[in-house]
Design a binder for this molecule. Structure first.
Ligand SMILES: Nc1nc2c(ncn2[C@@H]2O[C@H](COP(=O)(O)OP(=O)(O)OP(=O)(O)O)[C@@H](O)[C@H]2O)c(=O)[nH]1
Length: 387
């Protein structure tokens, strides 16, 4: 079997389409994926660039040159925008106008140098290097805090490979072109670019799909472990974290402190201002509690209007000081709602001690902080008690 150019292009187009369609299908069905539809569209556009290249065989050289450049440039633009769409709220995306600009310049260059293969190929490769650089910059995620996604690393590697390919292509064409020949792209350069671009597209798509998957898993994990109203840990996540906190306290011989915090007469807030106002108060109280604790402290929404804070390496005196600090922070200023200032107070039960190694040691400590809370409620509320 001989593999002529037409067969090679048809096979490549089939592979590119097979890569594009499942992504488009998933993106259209599950709209929560961010940027996946744009990515899929980019792959469809890329698949079309192969028959566009093949038009040369029918003598439509100029149409082919225009269409191939437009479609391959558009692939880069759509993929850059897809990553920007994924990054939104996480990193400063490149401005859309800036992404389209090199494509526009690319097309002007193609039109101006239509009959000059030498300069057109060199200039187009340079402009596409810039576009690939933008793709890499976007994948890198400037100012992005969260860098640990494996998919992102794959994408960054792919984008870096593309930049390298295009820079090498530009340099090689300048250095090794036969300037007297009619068609000046050396065969090795064409082959290298062809295979590198195909490989990069595969790697990048894999990376982008992995990023989506990891992000979805991360979101699911956050939903399962956090209270949706306050953003604090939920009770079951706290139960999962407690054994490790207890074991560390035992190993290091340091006390673990428990603060059981409960909003006073919260039912009245709901009855007076409505349930939505009650929710806003819960959010604000949670925020003020969290702000007063250290990074290593764990706070959970333990019940409706009850919170439990677990403070590593904190003795009774320290825990009481902190509890008083939090109580005051809730008492003043009152919580500001759209049309009211709501005075809120908090009762706190405190217990601290080194947990022993009995299986119920931590439950017993929590029980003591709960007892202390009841004592605070019985003693008139808006106060701190300890056991
Ligand atoms: N808005 C709102 N209210 C909630 C939520 N969860 C629980 N509550 C309300 O919190 C109130 C708790 O009332 P109680 O257990 O009687 O306690 P309290 O009124 O704070 O009185 P003390 O704790 O004894 O000071 C109930 O009215 C619940 O409906 C929530 O997610 N949002």
């Amino acid at each position: 079997m001989t593999l002529d150019l037409a067969t090679l292009l048809a096979a490549t187009m089939a592979a590119a389409t097979a890569q594009a369609l499942p992504i488009v299908f998933v993106a259209l069905r599950a709209r929560l994926h961010r940027g996946l539809a744009l990515w899929g569209l980019g792959l469809v556009v890329n698949a079309l660039s192969y028959p566009a290249f093949g038009l040369r065989a029918f003598g439509w050289t100029e149409v082919s040159i225009l269409a191939t450049n437009l479609l391959s440039g558009l692939t880069l633009v759509l993929h850059t925008l897809a990553i920007a769409s994924f990054q939104r709220h996480r990193a400063q995306p490149v401005r859309s106008a800036l992404v389209w600009l090199p494509l526009a310049v690319n097309m002007v260059v193609v039109l101006l140098f239509m009959r000059d293969d030498h300069w057109r190929n060199i200039l187009v490769a340079s402009i596409q290097s810039v576009m690939a650089g933008m793709l890499l910059y976007q994948a890198w995620g400037p100012a992005l805090v969260e860098r640990r996604l494996t998919g992102r690393r794959v994408l960054i590697a792919g984008c870096a490979g593309l930049v390298l390919t295009l820079v090498v292509r530009t340099a090689y064409m300048v250095w090794a072109s036969d300037w007297d020949a009619v068609y000046n792209v050396p065969g090795q350069v064409q082959g290298l670019t062809y295979f590198a671009v195909m490989a990069v597209l595969l790697v990048n798509s894999m990376g982008f799909v992995l990023m989506q998957m990891e992000f979805a898993l991360e979101q699911q994990h956050a939903l399962a472990t956090h209270d949706s109203l306050t953003g604090l840990y939920n009770r079951s996540a706290l139960q999962d974290l407690l054994p490790a906190l207890g074991a560390r306290a035992r190993r290091q011989g340091e006390p673990l402190a428990f603060l059981m915090l409960d909003i006073d007469h919260f039912k009245r807030v709901n009855d007076t201002y409505g349930h939505l106002a009650g929710d806003a108060v819960l959010r604000e109280v949670a925020l003020r509690i969290r702000q007063r604790l250290r990074q290593a402290d764990v706070v959970a929404r333990y019940g409706g209007e009850e919170f439990l804070a677990v403070l590593p390496a904190t003795d009774q005196a320290g825990a009481l000081r902190l509890a008083e600090h939090v109580r005051k922070a809730i008492e003043s200023p009152p919580v500001r709602l759209a049309n009211a200032m709501v005075p809120i107070t908090l009762s706190v039960g405190v217990h601290a001690g080194i947990p022993d190694d009995s299986p119920r040691a931590l439950d017993a400590q929590i029980g003591l902080s709960d007892e202390a809370l009841y004592a605070a409620k019985n003693a008139g509320r808006n106060r701190v008690e300890w056991r």
